[in-house]
Design a protein around this ligand. Structure first.
Ligand code: PHE
Length: 379
């Protein structure tokens, strides 16, 4: 081994030993963002990133935080929980991130949140709604409501607004999000006088839903609750219509995608979903956000973009109040967030590190989901 090789080896050894401490020192505090930017959940990551980017641009064009510009580093986890863990480890160890934003699908956030908790780096999920994401993890937060509320919203909407009596439930058994929402609906709908007439499930990679839908057709429900993600839901809707099932489908925020209507080819027309926000709101803060977003991306911001935007601003606001960029101080200030005026509603982080907010119900129109009504958390 010559001297050059020995030196190179020593450097590698030193950087391994010093791992977290010797992360790339950038002058700018680093915010690490992990999202599904490719793969089956790519619509989630891409729209969320746009919301983060708009907020980042606003923050840095207004002198940054405490006199420093923030550096945002994005990692693609391809919608896979193991990749989400790797992405977050890389952002912390190699990029020196002082805070983390991500992911959308709860399963990925549950996996990566464990890493953030172990390293004591604060994480904010913009949109993961499964209760487990923040449970027993003092460093993990979210700026959205949780599924016990979201499931209640659809059960209440079915019983009170649609006044239907029977429902079938079809969920994705491989996603914590979908399993959790189905469970809540199965509990809540009967409490409101409804009857569950069929319960069937599938896995994220399934392509053929005919056996599940044939069972559902035989039970003849008034509505079908399908709390899954947009790619499977589009296939399910097409198959349901092919099998002659005409009743509306009901879903949750997992339907949110700019490609939902086109993928489903009209099969979801007249169906309903719960969501976090509507771009049609007349509130001045929303109008301003929608305009700025359209100017930058030439498309309307959906709930993912809005939550990505809110999560980024909540983090920046906490950093400002912390007065420094120490992960522990940032964590404490995120926890202290009260009545932050977000575009998705007023955000107060409660003692469970979740936000309590209203939900909207959207009706699927010809080109996109349209605002239908708002449902508030029970008092
Ligand atoms: N709430 C979903 C989950 O936890 C993710 C999601 C949020 C998807 C908002 C679309 C819009 O998995």
């Amino acid at each position: 081994m010559n001297l050059r090789q020995t030196l190179a080896l020593l450097c590698v050894a030193a950087s391994l030993l010093l791992a977290p401490g010797c992360a790339k020192k950038s002058n700018e505090p680093v915010v690490g963002v992990y999202l599904a930017l490719t793969g089956k959940q790519a619509d989630f990551g891409i729209t969320t990133r746009q919301g983060v980017e708009l907020a980042a641009e606003e923050i840095n064009s207004r002198q940054g935080i405490n006199g420093k510009k923030l550096k945002f580093v994005f990692e693609d986890d391809r919608g896979d929980p193991a990749e989400a863990r790797t992405a977050v480890s890389k952002l912390i160890d190699q990029e020196g991130a002082v805070a983390i934003l991500g992911d959308v699908a709860s399963k990925n956030s549950i996996a990566a949140g464990q890493v953030c908790q172990q390293r004591e780096i604060p994480m904010i999920s913009p949109s993961s709604t499964n209760p487990r994401v923040t449970q027993d993890r003092p460093y993990v937060f979210r700026v959205c409501f949780i599924d016990p509320f979201q499931g209640y919203v659809m059960a209440k909407f079915a019983a009170d607004n649609l006044k239907v009596h029977t429902a079938a439930v079809l969920w994705d058994n491989s996603q914590d999000y979908s399993v959790g929402l189905a469970k809540v609906f199965l509990q809540e709908f009967p409490k409101m006088g409804g009857k569950i007439v069929a319960q069937v499930n599938y896995q994220s990679d399934d392509q053929d839903f005919s056996s599940q839908l044939t069972k559902i057709r035989a039970a003849n429900p008034d509505v079908i609750y399908v709390p899954g993600y947009y790619s499977e839901v589009a296939l399910i809707a097409r198959k349901a219509r092919e099998l002659g099932i005409k009743v509306p489908l009901l879903g949750g925020d997992g339907w949110t995608s700019p490609t939902l209507v086109q993928r489903s080819g009209g099969a979801l027309y007249g169906s309903y979903m719960s969501d976090h926000y509507s771009a049609e709101s007349e509130k001045p803060a929303v109008k301003q956000f929608v305009e700025a977003f359209k100017a930058k991306f030439h498309t309307e911001p959906n709930s993912l973009a809005a939550l990505g935007y809110d999560a980024t601003w909540i983090l920046a606001d906490a950093m400002k109040r912390a007065g420094d960029f120490k992960p522990k101080d940032i964590r404490d200030q995120i926890a202290a967030t009260r009545d932050y005026p977000g575009v998705t509603g007023n955000i107060t982080i409660n003692s469970q590190r979740n936000a309590v907010k209203s939900a909207v119900v959207l009706k699927i129109g010809k080109d996109r989901p349209e605002y239908f009504t708002t449902i508030d958390p029970p008092k």
